[in-house]
Ligand binder design. Structure first.
Ligand SMILES: [Mn+2]
Length: 244
């Protein structure tokens, strides 16, 4: 992948450096696995570096955010790009399912709000939960993003807040990233996704962590891996130098 970013005219990775950490060995039990991720995340978040996680299962986000909150002790607002609301309290008996990520994040006392962008698959329980918690949950459905006019409210909700960004690759249209476990039609375009990332970095006080999850590579089809890598590189660049 080309390191030179035309939008900035800079090679961001070479200027800031990227350090790849070893993958933690996770226990079978999901609740314990989340805690192991949180312990690792807390250790690295204490350095003040921008922490970036990769999945796999979207539940890794819960451990990453828990760890950052433990190390930095300041509230966080979540921006989550996703085709799904992930607001179920449990799914098939599992509270740590990828269908429950946003709900588990809202369990964390330091999470002020979860802002979901690009949703187009949701169940009645999730619609009701979001309606009952308008201060802490805002959903922008994909058609609202396509229609425009969403930027002002997103910026207002992010105003001078510390932000954690979670990118579920199924938030993008399958024509951009087809390799994911639960693809949904009519997702964000490449340009819309970049606009969300750019605006988030500009409106927030700081983006302190991020992840890119739910990539499920299809052998022989490597466009999804390239798109995910480039998307994350853009998100990192905006977070580090995105304020003009
Ligand atoms: Mn999803």
């Amino acid at each position: 992948m080309e390191l030179y970013d035309r939008e900035f005219g800079r090679e961001v990775a070479l200027e800031y450096g990227v350090h790849t950490l070893p993958t933690p060995v996770l226990p079978e039990d999901a609740a314990r696995a989340v805690e192991v991720i949180a312990e690792h995340a807390a250790r690295w978040a204490a350095t003040g570096k921008l922490l970036v996680g990769l999945g796999g299962e979207h539940t890794v986000t819960v451990g990453l955010v828990r760890g950052i909150l433990r190390a930095q002790k300041s509230p966080l607002t979540l921006v989550q790009i996703d085709a799904h609301a992930d607001l179920r309290d449990e799914y098939e008996g599992n509270p740590y399912s990828h269908a429950c990520t946003a709900r588990r994040l809202l369990d964390l006392p330091g999470v002020e709000q979860v802002l979901l962008v690009g949703v187009r698959s949701i169940c009645p329980e999730e619609v009701e939960f979001a309606a009952r918690n308008p201060e802490r949950v805002r959903i922008w459905y994909a058609e609202e993003i396509h229609g425009g006019g969403w930027q002002e409210e997103l910026a207002a909700r992010l105003d001078e807040r510390r932000v954690y960004l979670s990118i579920d690759v199924d938030g993008l249209d399958p024509s951009v990233i087809p390799a994911t476990g639960t693809p949904e039609p009519d997702g964000l375009t490449w340009g819309e996704a970049l606009e969300v990332l750019r605006l988030t970095a500009r409106a927030a006080r700081a983006v302190v962590g991020m992840d890119c999850v739910e990539l499920a590579p299809v052998p022989g089809l490597h466009m999804a891996e390239f798109a995910a890598a480039k998307l994350l590189y853009k998100a990192i660049s905006y977070a580090l130098i995105g304020k003009p």
